[in-house]
Design a protein. Sequence first.
Length: 303
Amino acid sequence: MNSDIRNLDLNLLKALDALLDERSVTRAADRLALTQPAVSGMLNRLRENFDDTLFVRAQRGIVPTLRAEQLAGPVKQLLADVERLVKPQAFNPATADLTLRLAATDYALRAVVVPFLSVLRTQAPNIRVSVQPVEAQQLPTQLERGDIDLALLTPDTKPTGLHSTTVFEERYACVMRADHPDAQTGKISLDRFCALDHVLVSPSGGSFRGVTDAALERAGLSRRVMTSVSSFLVLPEILLTSDLMAVVPSRLALHDKRLKMLDPPIEISGFSKILAWHERTHRDPAHRWVRSLLIDTTQVSHR
């Protein structure tokens, strides 16, 4: 008897299963799409592996020995387990039970994650979501290890070697409280824009200069940035309780009726928001579904 599992070919177990079901070498060969001599040869190898004749000739076909009958259930179960291993079950969001780890800036948290979570809860109520800050230096390792599954980034911050897709193109807008004196006309002149007091979001903290200032500088102009904060999340409250204005990505204020959005009086380059993920989750049905839902809900929420 050859009891070393390394010498047991999975195809031999498939042949054994077919022989047990069909009780005929000819019918087993047809089922396996093999020739009768090939199946006979496999039966001989099975006999060597299990040190048993396994089947004996009968009036009609073959009948299993007691040893073969003992193997019938375990072999069928093993083949079913292997089938599930190489062919995952179809993903069903309604019953899915998993944890999604998502890296996002506070801007992406508000502009992307909030609408995504609203829809996710209705379609996949058992999927847990852990939202974590983007740590640029750690992100490649986090994605590789599975500490992060998805990351909302800009193209210039995406580590090499990741899959990615563009979620949307963002533009900048002037934002102020809806009853701000300069919100009533529906537009703002360049001179007035430069004269107003501004609040700026500096993610790294402390800076009074951003993309708007670079655009103004190219035109030989400047603005009055009076307040600098490190998070977009506090910005609405600052605007609602002051006469300050801000130039921010438009999605931050799109559905806030308390704020008024105006087009900037000078061209300010926007940016792309992308979704990035590692090869390890690229083909997984659950993660493919989640990525598609995130992209769809983000696009719908902007209409």
